[in-house]
Design a binder for this molecule. Structure first.
Ligand SMILES: [Cu+2]
Length: 116
């Protein structure tokens, strides 16, 4: 049986199928977490990420002097100039706590990335 109703239904189904890939492609990407060096400390001091998943983290230096974002446990050492934002690419981490610090100023409290 072919009715006007089923024709409309078929047209709608075809349109939905055509739009489906577009809907998928505009899905919001995971926001990249940010660590800020501000007022002499890292904020947040503890950043929680999902374990066993690669991720990125942005590090922004809002202070007046260059910093060195460093972590022995994460094998990272990156200079960040005042006003600069860097992106650090991280491999999947096992659950645990990974400390980081400013190697140019050891008076700066340490921070940590916590994989859960
Ligand atoms: Cu260093």
């Amino acid at each position: 049986m072919f009715s006007a109703r089923s024709t409309v239904f078929a047209a709608c189904a075809a349109l939905l199928m055509a739009l489906a890939p577009i809907v998928v492609s505009v899905a919001a990407p995971e926001p990249i977490p940010e660590i800020r060096l501000e007022h002499g400390r890292f904020q947040p001091g503890e950043l929680v990420v999902a374990a066993d998943n690669p991720f990125q983290v942005r590090v922004t230096n809002h202070g007046p002097a260059a910093i060195e974002f460093e972590s022995f446990e994460l094998h990272r050492e990156r200079v960040v100039q005042p006003g600069e934002t860097i992106t650090v690419y991280m491999p999947p981490l096992r659950a645990g706590t990974y400390r980081f610090f400013d190697d140019f100023n050891h008076a700066t409290p340490q921070g940590a990335i916590v994989a859960k």
